[in-house]
Design a protein around this ligand. Sequence first.
Ligand code: FAD
Length: 620
Amino acid sequence: MDHYDVVVIGGGHAGTEAAALAARRGARTLLLTQNLETIGQMSCNPAIGGIAKGTMVREIDALGGLMGRATDRACIQFRMLNRSKGPAVWSPRAQCDRTLYRRAVRSLLEQEALLDLRQGTVAKLSIGSQGINAVETVDGLSFTAKSVVVTAGTFLRGRIHRGTGEAIPGGRAGDEPSVELAQAIAALGVTVRRFKTGTPPRIDGRSVDFAKTKRQIGDPVPFWFSHYQRTQKPEQRPCFLTYTGPELKEIVHRHLDQSALYGGAIASRGPRYCPSIEDKIVKFSEVVRHQVFLEPEGLDTSEMYVNGLSTSLPPAIQLAFLRTVPGLEHVRMTRAGYAIEYDYFPPTQLSPTLQVKGIDGLFFAGQVNGTTGYEEAAAQGAVAGINAAAYALSLEPLVVGRESGFIGVLVDDLVTRGVDEPYRLFTSRAEYRLLLRQDNALRRMLPHAVVLGTLSPAELELANRRLDRENSLLNRLEETWISAPQANPVLSAMDSSPLTEPAKLADITKRPEVSLQDLLRALGWPDDPETMECVSVELKYAGYVAKDRAGVARIRQLEEYPIPSDLDYAGLLSLSHESREKLQAIRPQSLGQASRVPGVSPSDIHNLVAEIARHGGCFT
Ligand code: FAD
């Protein structure tokens, strides 16, 4: 029997981050996954990032995770979303070559000295008096572990649906479901629910008439998700935009009873923000046309992903509706879309470290916690991997605050509020959006990474050098004054009003129409775009950023006020009945967390403070 500190079950987006970061934290780690060839497989769209998610990828990277580095190696089109809005909400998104992405993840994992990769399907978990202690595969191999991270994605009792007649067991198309592991977890007394999700058909790009579509190219400005790696970008490729029309609507309507979603084959809930075409036609019947993005699957294939037409209709109907879309009149479908139903575990059963409450050493991360999306899975994987290593090695756990990162917002939302539909991250879920930007992810996460020891010396040096450059530019701008005659030609070129007296460069940068890059160029200062980005946003939004930071300081008081772990809420009669029930179930660790439990009112929090004081706690 082989012995490990941490065993990670599953090599998807959660599992690979968990394994890499557990190993980087110093734990002897084993990644056990059904098929080594599918490590890092993108089950659905070949893209990483987007609104809020792109910022979270940069946070994972800053902690030493894989997703940013793998994305840079596989990126065949890059776009900064929200560019027309303020830079504080810019969101990086990369179209990826599916194969390059998988390869990048595998090769990055193989660089981790403390990590072993092994093919195997876990069927059993062994729990002793001290918590979890081993896992066993279907072919009888056992591995002992001080902690275990389950990241089985959509595989737990997965069932794939196409139409109402076809429901086959599967973890995703072409992969076996994971039934024994699902049963083993349910047998531990963990509550299980079902969700569903879906994917669109894929098509042969050689059969598309691109002249009838709108070509979309990526940004010309180079961008890297990773703070530590600068690889050569692969060849860049365009995407294409087209639209559904009335004919498609009519076909979908006519065959709704054959859809697994509408014909009764699936009862569970799906992601509201990635609706199927059936959902779009039924729920948004007034919308005349829906966008359809044709996205390349990779550099060495003509296959394309049809983003926007996720469906569980029978394949013949899928082909019929595809052919009504401009540009797709003669399209050849390479793979039909499908829907999948799977088990998940309501995440209020977890503590903020992502450990299952009441089962020491067992951690859950990714789709199994009721989320959807690669980035959401990766962020949880990072937290669970780091904390599984901490548990195994008796180190301090990692809990990222809501004010420090989207990772913190995501995990806190899951464990405190729970989910009633597949959870996806948005910027609006964060209270302090101006603080959680993609340009300052390194600044926010580096202090954690330093404590955790998850960066190599070379990475640490790169990180410190970058932050030093930003600090010194900020200081120089604050300290340097410019005369009116020197500034005015530059300001006039930017349509900015002239100076009548000397001004600080920092104050000029605060003007919305002034580009820091153009200003520095005109002054002959070195212009490093990466350094300037964060400095420019900090200055332009200084007032709002300061307001958010003051808010954080107030909230921190609540967050730092611990609640005794043995508090019996049932006896706290000054709280409402609903609050007592909810708090008893969630068992929040701080007053801040308690205040976010749905159904707990401000007056309940007020009374809770008094009750805790009565139990010997103190509010500083
Ligand atoms: P996965 O990526 O599913 O990885 C799970 C891993 O666990 C796999 O490697 C599997 O082989 C392994 N495994 C399972 N059981 C065992 C076992 N017993 N032993 C060992 N290994 C095991 N996301 C969106 O954001 N939008 C969408 O529209 C969307 N649509 C989707 C449609 C489909 C059909 C599918 C399948 C997924 C879709 N997703 C979508 C979700 C996205 O794929 C997931 O969010 C993401 O992959 C979750 O990552 P994960 O690591 O949790 O799980």
